[in-house]
Design a protein around this ligand. Structure first.
Ligand SMILES: [Zn+2]
Length: 104
């Protein structure tokens, strides 16, 4: 699956909205997760350098801002994750996992 070109943006937007609705913005990192999901949704639609691994349910993506390659599922190899913060890579991996489980 070439994610950026094949993903249905309406469906992705729906999944993102559902995910955001479940988050309490006042919880620890709640607002950060909301921001991460919003940025992940936008990035999924345009970043051609994303590969989803169905076995590990992980997403390999090259960042358009840092040119680093990140591997994300429940953990991530980025700096934000190492500092204990939500990141858009994990948000993107989760969104795509839900998308595939539900619609693919
Ligand atoms: Zn990350």
């Amino acid at each position: 699956m070439n994610i950026a070109t094949e993903v249905n943006k309406e469906v992705l937007g729906q999944i993102a909205a559902e995910s955001i609705a479940k988050i309490n913005p006042n919880s620890r990192h709640g607002q950060r997760w909301i921001n991460a999901i919003a940025r992940a949704t936008a990035e999924i639609e345009i970043n051609p350098y994303m590969t989803y691994n169905h076995d590990s349910k992980s997403l390999l993506m090259m960042s358009d801002t840092s040119n680093e390659i990140y591997n994300a599922n429940r953990t991530c190899s980025c700096k934000a994750y190492s500092q204990g913060f939500p990141c858009r890579h994990r948000a993107a991996a989760r969104l795509i996992t839900i998308y595939i489980e539900r619609y693919a």
